[in-house]
Design a protein around this ligand. Structure first.
Ligand SMILES: Nc1ncnc2c1ncn2[C@@H]1O[C@H](COP(=O)(O)OP(=O)(O)OP(=O)(O)O)[C@@H](O)[C@H]1O
Ligand SMILES: [Mg+2]
Length: 252
């Protein structure tokens, strides 16, 4: 579904991605890991045609998206449900109105139907009680969950894209979001989760792509990732083993 074919991208003179190639199917559960500033969000922006590569091709469902017009890009972008890193809700609207936003935009539902659908979506993310709250009353985790509910209201996409869905959240809230990401992929609809938190990625993803200095240094299944002896991966793997160790201490 998403194919990068020898993609390079620079901001001015600064090379962000160098010769990046990968191919992801719509049903896959993929984590893209990498250091801060390593080009992860750039990959997401390129996938959506928000920016264009300097070299190489990006194909979505076998259609090359570079140099398409905004009108041509719209149906391509609608193949994805995207939770952006900023995850911004509309501050002046209640939780209900935030979730209802795309329903009003894209459908002709009656007020009562919108009411029911909003409640159903908020129930899915465990926030039915927050329907009348405004964004500033929400915790970071709640905020993120409302963004996901709003996204689910939008349209039937083929794949989810999450940019740092658990950044800035405490472990309990990160777990809730990971649970949600996992549940939403149960019917075979895959996702790409961009993250710096390997301990969250390991809970939900089957395939790991690691970026370093603009290049892919690893692309493989979870077992290969965990067992890798690649020196550049040890920083992630040691974080993982620390968490696993501390869990087994608690358990014993
Ligand atoms: N609009 C822009 N103009 C110039 N440089 C930019 C722009 N957007 C991002 N960059 C730079 O490109 C690099 C890659 O950015 P990107 O957002 O892809 O990183 P990231 O891996 O998502 O980082 P983080 O984990 O902090 O979100 C960063 O060094 C950033 O400073
Ligand atoms: Mg980013």
């Amino acid at each position: 579904m998403i194919e990068f074919d020898r993609v390079s991208f620079s901001y001015g003179a600064r090379r962000i991605l160098k010769d990046v190639s990968f191919s992801i199917n719509a049903h896959e559960r993929v984590a893209i890991l990498g250091e801060s500033g390593g080009g992860k969000t750039t990959v997401l922006k390129l996938t959506l045609g928000l920016i264009n590569p300097d070299a190489g091709r990006i194909l979505i469902d076998e259609v090359k998206i570079n140099d398409k017009t905004e009108d041509e890009l719209r149906p391509i972008r609608m193949k994805f449900s995207v939770v952006f890193q900023e995850g911004a809700l509309f501050d002046s609207l209640s939780v209900k109105e935030n979730v209802a936003f795309y329903l009003r935009e894209y459908t002709r539902m009656s007020e009562q139907e919108i009411d029911e659908r909003v409640k159903e979506l908020l129930r899915m993310v465990g926030l039915e009680y927050a329907v009348e709250m405004i964004p500033e009353e929400l915790s970071g985790g709640m905020h993120r969950r409302v963004s996901i509910a709003r996204l689910l209201a939008a349209f039937e996409s083929k794949m989810f894209l999450y940019d740092e869905p658990t950044s800035g959240l405490d472990p309990a809230n990160s777990d809730i979001i990971c649970g949600l990401i996992h549940d939403l992929s149960k019917n075979g609809k895959g996702f790409v989760m961009i993250t710096q938190k390997v301990t969250d990625a390991i809970k939900v993803a089957d395939r790991f792509i690691v970026l370093k200095e603009g290049m892919i240094i690893f692309d493989g299944q979870k077992e290969q990732f965990i067992g890798s002896t690649l020196p550049e991966l040890q920083v992630f793997l040691s974080e993982l083993s620390l968490v696993l160790k501390s869990r087994s201490c608690i358990g014993s």
